[in-house]
Design a protein around this ligand. Structure first.
Ligand SMILES: [Zn+2]
Length: 214
């Protein structure tokens, strides 16, 4: 596999004029490491209107396939609705399949899988960090601008909670998260074949299920 792109006409949302731009439908980071970097920085989604010179981001469907690390991230606002023969085959070959609905999730997801981390454990770490942040009265929940995976070091996940004026780090041992996931395997189960969303909305939805529901 290699990356593929095509030229499209796009309309600037600021001045309404049309221009030609290149969009990528698939990225293979092994053959195109520069495109991997542009996915991480978000530059691959950046448009510069030649008419009014406004810079803005556009999201379009993209398949990111990392063969050596065996993961595929599908950037798509809408879900897949079931599996396909191809997705079942990829799952069988050991690929982790995920969908990202938003650009902000996309770069983080690439970094999580490049670090060979279980993204379910990472989402749980982010959730636990936020709970700890609230319990310690470290700040107001409405001041939080983002909760981000930073890195994993000696089997400890580092999560950053960012606010307008400051940030806070939380360190959570991977073994503790894995234990939590094992103990509630059904709750944390996702159907890999269907390119599931594993993000903050997903983890919040697990804890918001009405009591008594099986
Ligand atoms: Zn424009």
């Amino acid at each position: 596999m290699s990356s593929s792109s095509h030229e499209i006409k796009t309309r600037c949302p600021y001045c309404g004029k049309e221009f030609d731009t290149t969009i990528y439908t698939s990225v293979d980071p092994e053959t195109d490491p520069d495109l991997r970097d542009r996915c991480i920085s978000g530059d691959i989604f950046r448009q510069l209107c030649p008419h009014c010179h406004t810079e803005y981001m556009t999201q379009y469907p993209l398949i990111y396939k990392n063969i050596p690390d065996k993961f595929i991230i599908w950037l798509s606002a809408s879900p897949m609705n079931g599996s396909t023969a191809e997705s079942r085959d990829l799952a069988k070959k050991g690929y982790t399949l995920r969908r990202c609905a938003k650009l902000e999730e996309f770069a983080e997801k690439i970094r999580i899988f490049e670090d060979h981390m279980n993204d379910i454990a990472v989402e749980l770490a982010k959730y636990d960090s936020f709970i700890e942040f609230l319990d310690n009265r470290s700040g107001n929940p409405e001041d939080v601008t983002s909760i981000e995976y930073q890195k994993v070091d000696n089997d400890v996940i580092k999560i950053n909670i960012r606010m307008e004026d400051r940030g806070m780090s939380f360190l959570i041992p991977v073994s503790m998260l894995e234990e939590e996931i094992r103990a509630e395997a059904d709750l944390y189960h996702v159907n890999n074949e269907e390119f599931p969303l594993v993000n903050s909305d997903w983890i919040i939805s697990l804890f918001m299920k009405p009591a008594g529901q099986a």
